[in-house]
Design a protein around this ligand. Structure first.
Ligand code: BGC
Length: 922
């Protein structure tokens, strides 16, 4: 195929000035929409700096900006070009990595400086001198543009952490209590520094959760560090720059430990209280100080630390926190505190010898949400409403007599009489007494003026907070603030359309996605907080179109490898304390092992996740092969929470088995594993044949009894024999019309129904289904006030009724794929080549999707004008796109464009190089 540019009339070329203006304008409009949009404060803005076109920007190491404390021996570097010019691309690159700060004009790469590479790649793996632990490295890259002109980036940095467990000096310590003891422990140590400090780093590994203080100041703004792992197989450590909090002379270190998933004291049906790793929280700390004279000193955890119980009387990641302000010890984390009553810390064994850097976007209090209203029921009972459903915590400011106890009960719904109603979310909780009420913080006031409380080691799912008090207190609407917490992944996508209901569905989907991202993807933030595999693979594309999720998924796939049995089997929830190896873990759920790496690869073009998980995927598929002699499997839960009809489990599970096998064959080909490729592609063909032999009626072009999932799953996952897709799709369209253009699917069918329609010529119908506002539909929830996605279709369902589930969230990805038409190309992943397949659905006036891919912002925006469509496209620098039009022809500046001839494919195709375009489609 030739480039579109050569096919375009010369007058079509947009001058660089226009293109720049347009890019700037679109960025400005993005900013405005972003600020007014529901996720406004979360949107990640790229700087609109006046860089020379062609400059490499957004430099990342291990997919993070200037990370501290990485363990990778061969880190990945990536950048993109800031270049709005038509046809902008990189023709060569050269990188310099050095322990010197590489000020322009100075120093070469003393660690790595490969020769100039004639290549357009913008993701490279370090292969210089062995990296040293505890070392800052600086790097910059020079990119040569299409005219052969070099442009050098600003300098980025990264810093290695311990790199190997043997580099730890500290001892693992705890307070010596056993796992049944409720209050959270404090630890402290005072030490002296004589010399001037150049820099100081704290490295903290924890079984449980921690907060670190230096001289009374809390270090950093992360919440719930470290992220949850299977603690007996892998423990994460976190690195912080603590230089600024240091003083010359005496310094005080303070650590507060929480239970998290390490010491689960609450009792629920998943038996986390019986997890094999369970123990009293423990930590290991090295504070590494580099002095101005270059000497290094390490202050470490050990028996010279002192410990005492804190005012946090109880903390459960699952339920809530109890705090007694009367037990506060002011100054506990400062130098002059009298700790003579504290006892010596005790040595403990490490939860696991495998201590690994946490290299990912952390959890934060990302958004503060003021209470939208307050209802005072009486002197001691108030109900706050945030106006939207979130995951996170509430913070209360209150004044009252010492000993007054307040209970803050968090709920997603209200009872008829306006009280917090937890009946939709507490059914799996098995409390053994009254001391651990569900999602209810209990605080006792000290009586010392206005007091503020926010839990340290817990989060909840809620919209309402009912506050009851043992004595009358005065609360106003300003007394309580909600904090939306989640893994603070930068936003990478934006959708906007002429249909407000569709826009709200998109926002609710993102709210649920983020409410379920806490260092691992969860099903719901209230009832379970479990890493349910099925929910996560259904939502992975929605996640990746909207957020920069690679670091979270890479970590979660490491959790998968920790959990995988020698025979390849995975549990249905990951991580797990042991539950889930015998229920719910068929291929329809645990295909995460193949689907997540594959999708991350498609979105980022980074093979590492494929390489890291190759053996695990293979063991998984081998297990399925060994246990499926007829090439079919009935292992699985099937189309979970269906509207009414349920497809046969054997059909849906076998389709996932087929999909995993196909993905494995693809990866084998990419990684040059020829024998594996041959084996797994022929296995995939046999599975497909077995499914079609049993379920496909060729003459009727129908699978099974012709339910929506039965027809859409084979279409979406590529099982339909060549030449039969249109006929099966038309059966599906008839089925959907017969269902009044409403869904009749469960979890697995939500992944396929809209895509199968829109990918096979029925986009208008898909849009009707996606934008319904009557039962059953996503819009039905929105019409009933939802701000997050629900777990069940009827508003008044009696079971499966969490109001913040991501599992039906594929609709968010579908908007990008079907309406915007933005799709990654498996042959040039990471949006190196973009497939643009927009559907200008007739009942929508305009639609716009943008996605920040590895090469920059992709934009697909269309609007009806007169009898045609005005269509704006941005193809980021260093990438190309193919625009597929099924209807109409493209004009630019009034001239008809000649499409690329591509025999055998219906519709027209236009090859686009980087740049911004305006087409008229008639
Ligand atoms: C979870 C779901 C999950 C399902 C599996 C439920 O309790 O909330 O989202 O996938 O169980 O059966």
């Amino acid at each position: 195929m030739t480039d579109c540019l050569s096919a375009l009339p010369s007058s079509f070329s947009v001058s660089s000035g226009t293109a720049t203006g347009r890019a700037a304008k679109s960025l400005a409009s993005l900013l405005v929409r972003t600020l007014i949009g529901g996720l406004g404060s979360l949107f990640f803005m790229r700087s609109v700096s006046a860089q020379t076109p062609g400059t490499p920007v957004d430099l990342k190491t291990e997919h993070l900006v200037n990370p501290l404390g990485i363990d990778a021996t061969t880190p990945r570097f990536s950048w993109r070009l800031q270049d709005p010019r038509r046809g902008a691309r990189q023709t060569a690159w050269q990188i310099q990595v050095s322990t010197d700060s590489l000020e322009p004009g100075r120093g070469a790469g003393n660690s790595w400086q490969p020769a100039r590479q004639a290549s357009d790649q913008t993701l490279v793996t370090y292969s210089g001198k062995p990296l040293r632990p505890f070392t800052a490295y600086f790097w910059r890259v020079t990119a040569w543009d299409q005219d052969g002109k070099p442009h050098t980036s600003a300098t980025a940095r990264f810093e290695t952490g311990l790199m190997h467990p043997k580099n730890w000096q500290g001892a693992w310590i705890s307070d010596g209590a056993d796992e049944t003891i409720k209050p959270a422990p404090y630890f402290r140590k005072v030490f002296q520094t004589g010399k001037t400090i150049r820099s100081a780093r704290a490295y903290v590994a924890t079984g449980g959760l921690y907060e670190l203080y230096l001289n009374g100041q809390k270090i950093g703004n992360h919440r719930l560090d470290p992220m949850y792992t299977r603690f007996d197989r892998r423990v994460l450590y976190v690195t912080y720059d603590v230089t600024k909090q240091f003083r010359t002379g005496a310094n005080a270190l303070g650590v507060l430990l929480g239970n998290g998933w390490y010491n689960h004291q609450s009792t629920a049906v998943w038996y986390f209280h019986k997890a094999p790793w369970r123990n009293r929280p423990t930590f290991c700390l090295d504070l590494r100080i580099t002095y101005d004279d270059g000497s290094v000193e390490t202050i470490s955890s050990g028996t010279d630390w002192k410990t005492s119980l804190s005012p946090i009387r109880f903390n459960s990641i699952y339920t809530a926190e109890r705090y007694d302000a009367r037990l506060e010890q002011p100054g506990w984390n400062q130098v002059n505190f009298d700790d003579t009553k504290w006892t010596a810390a005790k040595i403990r064994s490490a939860p696991s010898a495998n201590i690994v850097a946490q290299v990912m976007h952390p959890i934060r209090n990302v958004e503060a949400i003021p209470a939208r209203s307050l209802t005072k029921l009486n002197d001691t009972t108030y109900v706050f409403d945030l106006g939207r459903n979130i995951a996170g915590v509430s913070q209360i400011r209150v004044q009252g007599p010492a000993g007054t106890t307040l209970r803050l009960k968090h709920a997603e719904r209200l009872t008829k009489d306006g009280r917090a109603d937890q009946s939709n979310i507490d059914m799996h909780y098995r409390p053994t007494d009254q001391s651990d009420p569900f999602q209810t913080d209990v605080i006792t006031l000290s009586g010392r003026g206005e007091e503020t409380f926010m839990p340290h080691f817990n989060y909840k799912g809620f919209q309402y907070v009912e506050v009851t008090s043992t004595q009358p207190v005065t609360l106003t609407q300003q007394s309580l603030t909600g904090y939306f917490m989640h893994s603070d992944v930068p936003a990478t996508g934006q959708v906007n359309s002429a249909n407000p209901a569709l826009n709200k569905i998109w926002q609710a989907t993102n709210n649920s996605y983020l409410s379920n991202l806490f260092g691992y993807p969860t099903d719901c933030p209230q009832r379970e907080k479990n890493g349910w595999t099925g929910d996560a693979h259904i939502a992975v594309e929605t996640g990746l179109y909207n957020f920069d999720g690679i670091t979270i998924y890479e970590k979660w796939l490491a959790d998968h490898r920790d959990e995988q049995q020698p025979n390849g089997v995975l549990p249905s929830i990951i991580p797990t304390g042991g539950w889930g190896y015998d229920w719910g873990n068929g291929p329809d759920w645990t295909s995460t092992i193949a689907l997540i790496p594959w999708n991350v690869y498609l979105f980022y073009g980074d093979k590492k996740i494929l390489i890291d998980n190759y053996d695990a995927i293979k063991r998984y598929v081998d297990h399925l092969e060994a246990s499926s002699p007829n090439n079919l499997t009935s292992w699985g839960l099937g189309d979970w929470v269906p509207v009414k009809s349920k497809a046969p489990v054997e059909l849906t599970s076998s389709i996932y088995y087929y999909t995993d096998t196909r993905i494995l064959a693809n990866i084998a080909r990419l990684l040059n594993r020829t024998d594996d490729y041959t084996h797994y592609s022929s296995l995939a063909a046999r599975i497909r044949q077995a499914i079609n032999a049993k379920y496909l009626n060729q003459t009727a072009a129908r699978y099974g009894s012709g339910l929506q999932t039965e027809l859409s799953a084979p279409l979406h996952w590529g099982l339909v024999p060549d030449g039969l897709s249109a006929a099966v799709a038309s059966q599906l369209a008839q089925r959907v019309e017969a269902d009044q253009a409403h869904i009749d699917v469960g979890l697995l069918g939500t992944k396929t129904i809209l895509n199968a329609l829109s990918d096979n010529g029925h986009a208008d119908l898909a849009y009707r289904v996606a934008s319904q506002e009557t039962f059953p539909s996503w819009g039905w929830w929105i019409a009933n006030g939802a701000t997050t996605l629900y777990e069940n279709w009827p508003i008044d369902a009696k079971s499966d009724i969490s109001l913040n589930h991501i599992m039906f969230g594929e609709v968010g990805a579908w908007m990008y794929k079907a309406l915007g038409g933005i799709k990654p190309d498996p042959n040039a992943p990471g949006f190196k080549h973009i497939l643009l397949k927009p559907n200008f659905v007739k009942t929508l006036d305009h639609f716009e999707a943008t996605h920040q891919g590895p090469h920059g912002m992709i934009r697909s925006a269309w609007r009806r004008s007169g009898s045609g469509i005005t269509y704006l496209v941005t193809v980021p620098p260093n990438s190309t796109a193919t625009l597929f039009l099924t209807d109409g022809q493209a004009y630019a500046d009034g001239r008809l464009l000649s499409p690329t001839t591509n025999a055998g494919v219906s519709g027209r195709q236009y090859r686009l190089v980087a740049g911004s375009y305006q087409f008229e489609i008639r």
